[in-house]
Design a protein around this ligand. Structure first.
Ligand SMILES: *Cc1c(COP(=O)(O)O)cnc(C)c1O
Length: 364
């Protein structure tokens, strides 16, 4: 058996020690004679798994008891509608602030417009071929908004917002952290609600993690389907309906793996180092180009282009021959994208950087 270096944006690579535990426990979870996949979500075994996962996530992110943690279905994209439905009662005149930081933020905005008045507080600008997003202190916030929605890491554009603070804000921040959660410590108190699809930095697809302050659970739209009510799910410990149990279990193993590695401060150091190595390789060679201003560059998803885009397919094919997979840019933007989540080892970056230098030498 040989595993490749998988740069997929999501579903993406899982930590090898996690996969080994899953493999070991697949037929017989801890003497029960069954797989976690085959267990009732209401069995005491699964409830132990579920509670441990939540406890470990709370420890990793220092989540206080004022917040509820949900493990539900729908993915991040379902939350684009479920957030206004959960937070705005049935008030189409209500307004919400949205930062238009890129592809996913724009999708969230399109969806929110069906439920409320959307005010765009900032957009990505392009000057001299460099894409930039102004820091949060410069955004045009609307004091009547019910919440401010942000996308701290734009998975497709490769843009990250590092200036997040609730200072001076009168409304709660709602954040789509699908591609950045667990990559670095987060001040949970800055947020009213954090959501993330699991398939990037947490575990398998099918699970969505929501971290929500109790105060935000009081204004849901009466038409909201009960399974998607954050309040009802919180009251039912995410078991109002059958949760994605196997994904929840693997998420729990990932949380454990991160704790054993030293938590998120340690993970952040590794991630900073990984990203710096790749940006250095891109910036140090005229053959490669990343168009995001240095202050806004993602540490999780790094898109870049080749000097001649006719070489893209050759680059991608030769990368695969070198065990470097899923580097194709998103269909909306083309080029190359390296997604370098927690579970992708630093050696993967070293191999990619070496391959890039060689490719540029031969074709540049
Ligand atoms: C992947 C992604 C999504 C979409 O997630 P789904 O689980 O497919 O709905 C939304 N937002 C961000 C930031 C993402 O990275």
């Amino acid at each position: 058996m040989s595993r490749v270096y998988n740069f997929s944006a999501g579903p993406s690579t899982l930590a090898e020690p996690v996969l080994r535990i899953v493999q070991e426990e697949l037929m017989d979870w801890q003497g029960t004679g069954m797989s976690v996949m085959e267990m009732s979500h209401r069995s005491k075994e699964f409830i132990t798994i579920a509670e441990q996962a939540e406890q470990d996530l709370r420890q990793l992110l220092s989540i206080s008891s004022e917040y509820r943690v949900l493990f539900i279905q729908g993915g991040a994209r379902a939350q684009f509608s479920l957030i206004p439905l959960n937070l705005l009662q049935q008030d189409s005149q209500a307004s919400a602030d949205y930062c238009d930081s890129g592809y996913w933020a724009a999708k969230a905005i399109d969806e929110a417009k069906r439920y409320c008045q959307v005010n765009i507080v900032a957009s990505v600008t392009d000057s001299d071929g460099q894409r930039t997003l102004a820091p949060m202190s410069e955004w045009s916030l609307n004091e009547h908004a019910k919440y401010l929605h942000i996308t701290p890491n734009e998975t497709i554009d490769g843009i990250q917002i590092d200036s997040i603070s609730k200072e001076g804000l009168t409304v709660p921040i709602v954040a789509d952290m699908s591609s950045t959660i667990l990559s670095e410590p987060v001040t949970i108190d800055n947020y009213g609600l954090i959501y993330a699809g699991a398939q990037k930095n947490i575990g398998p697809a099918g699970l969505t993690v929501i971290i929500v302050h109790d105060d935000l659970l009081k204004k849901e739209n009466p038409l909201l389907p009960s399974v998607f009510s954050y309040r009802k799910q919180a009251d039912a410990n995410s078991m109002y309906n059958t949760p994605p149990t196997f994904a929840w279990y693997i998420a729990g193993l990932t949380f454990r793996w991160l704790l054993e590695r030293g938590g998120l401060a340690e993970q952040q150091k590794i991630n900073i180092n990984k990203a710096a190595k790749l940006y250095k390789a891109i910036d140090g060679d005229d053959f490669y180009h990343n168009n995001i201003a240095a202050t806004c560059r993602s540490k999780m998803n790094i898109p870049f282009t080749l000097a001649d885009n006719k070489l893209d397919s050759q680059f991608l094919a030769e990368a695969v021959e070198n065990g470097l997979c899923n580097l194709k840019g998103h269909r909306a933007v083309g080029g190359v994208r390296a997604s370098i989540y927690n579970a992708l080892p630093e050696q993967a970056i070293d191999c990619l950087v070496e391959f890039m230098a060689e490719f540029s030498r031969k074709n540049g």
